[in-house]
Design a binder for this molecule. Structure first.
Ligand SMILES: Nc1ncnc2c1ncn2[C@@H]1O[C@H](COP(=O)(O)OP(=O)(O)O)[C@@H](O)[C@H]1O
Ligand SMILES: [Mg+2]
Length: 357
């Protein structure tokens, strides 16, 4: 009988190298951003006031990796007066759970899960830090989830209030992948962050990052340059390196399934739908109901005229043009859809919306 579990036939030298959470040893093209983050955090090492920063860039532009690398570096510095707390807000549902995460990292103690008021826990956190004589830097990664849960302003304001009420050096970084929340309304006047932008990688950068991954993660000659070029093209139109790595991994798995030792274009084409779906699902989690509804309509219609798409959107959600327009912009920014103007004879210019391929 055929051995269906013949793992020795794998094309992967090391599968983990293609995992979403993998931290690459070589991390290129983010020097400017890393330098700015380092510059903001560095004063904390001497116990001085770190700077507040806001990092913004689409998913898959190296934001999380930059912080992981900086944290690694900071933890090697001794002596240091700085305590860093990294929180991924994707997994913290409430204001209390964000604070509990920070508290745990800062004090090393698990806070009570209930029965203690938010204000009290903030006080305890501040008192511990004052007693330890440490400065703190809080990183709220994927802070879009806080915005979506409508607790962003509260969380930021509460952390910064500590700075006003206690002799503490506190710095805060929020990390966003869709858009920066407006900083003029309702935010504490001490929060005047420096904005650090994470643009999507260029074609050459994407190719190079993929090529390096291929060399360390796969056996030689499994992937030829023209395949990397193809994947680069698909990834650049989405501005998302995570998508590129995922598409590459899925293509390798497809080749393995065909018992081939080399990836063909068909393996990439077959993997494209699943990789695009995976990407869309990640985005859906940070989208509002209107944005989700619009995306699902745009996907159902494939290519549509703006007017038709609006009518369908209005029928489904009862929402007006302003909401439609805002939601459409968000989908365009996320490179989930493209829009272009099509000329249809005399005066017949029409805006067309198509799902990104
Ligand atoms: N400059 C880079 N060099 C190598 N790999 C990168 C680079 N930037 C991002 N990656 C990889 O891409 C994936 C997504 O990066 P991540 O930092 O999580 O992006 P973001 O937080 O902006 O969504 C990770 O697997 C990471 O290893
Ligand atoms: Mg991230």
């Amino acid at each position: 009988m055929t051995n269906f579990l013949a793992w020795e036939q794998t094309l992967f030298r090391d599968r983990e190298i293609f995992d979403f959470g993998y931290i690459p040893e070589e991390f290129l093209y983010r020097e400017t951003q890393m330098k700015s983050i380092g510059y903001a955090i560095a004063p904390g090492i001497q116990g001085e006031q770190p700077q507040n920063i806001v990092c913004v860039g689409p998913p898959g532009t190296g934001k999380t990796t930059s912080f992981k690398k900086i944290i690694e570096q900071a933890e090697q510095i001794s002596p240091s007066n700085l305590i860093l707390a990294y929180v991924n807000c994707r997994y913290t549902q409430t204001h209390y759970s964000v604070l509990a995460e920070v508290y745990k990292k800062m004090t090393g103690i698990e806070p009570p899960t209930s029965g203690i008021a938010l204000k009290k826990l903030y006080e305890k956190l501040a008192q511990t830090l004052v007693a330890k004589n440490k400065s703190m830097f809080v990183i709220l990664d994927d802070a879009d989830f806080l915005v979506l849960r409508k607790i962003f302003h509260d969380v930021v304001n509460n952390f910064l209030r500590l700075y006003e009420e206690y002799p503490l050096s506190i710095g805060l970084s929020t990390v966003h992948s869709s858009q920066c929340p407006s900083h003029d309304e309702g935010l504490n006047s001490v929060f005047m962050p420096t904005v650090i932008k994470f643009p999507s990688y260029s074609w050459d950068e994407t190719f190079d990052i993929l090529d390096r991954r291929v060399k360390i993660g796969l056996y030689p000659n499994v992937v030829k340059n023209d395949i990397i070029e193809k994947i680069t093209g698909y990834a650049v139109s989405r501005g998302d390196i995570r998508f590129a790595i995922d598409l590459l991994k899925r293509s390798v798995i497809n080749a393995e399934k065909r018992a081939s030792t080399i990836i063909e274009f068909t393996d990439v084409e077959t993997a494209l739908t699943d990789a695009s779906d995976e990407r869309m699902k990640r985005y859906l989690k940070i989208f509002t109901d209107s944005e989700t509804a619009l995306l699902s309509l745009a996907s159902e219609m494939g290519t549509s005229q703006a007017g038709d798409l609006f009518n369908a959107f209005h029928k489904r959600t009862r929402k007006g043009y302003t909401t439609f327009h805002k939601a459409l912009n968000k989908l365009v920014n996320a490179k989930l859809v493209d829009t272009y103007i099509e000329n249809r004879g005399k005066n017949g210019r029409t805006r067309v919306i198509a799902v990104t391929r």
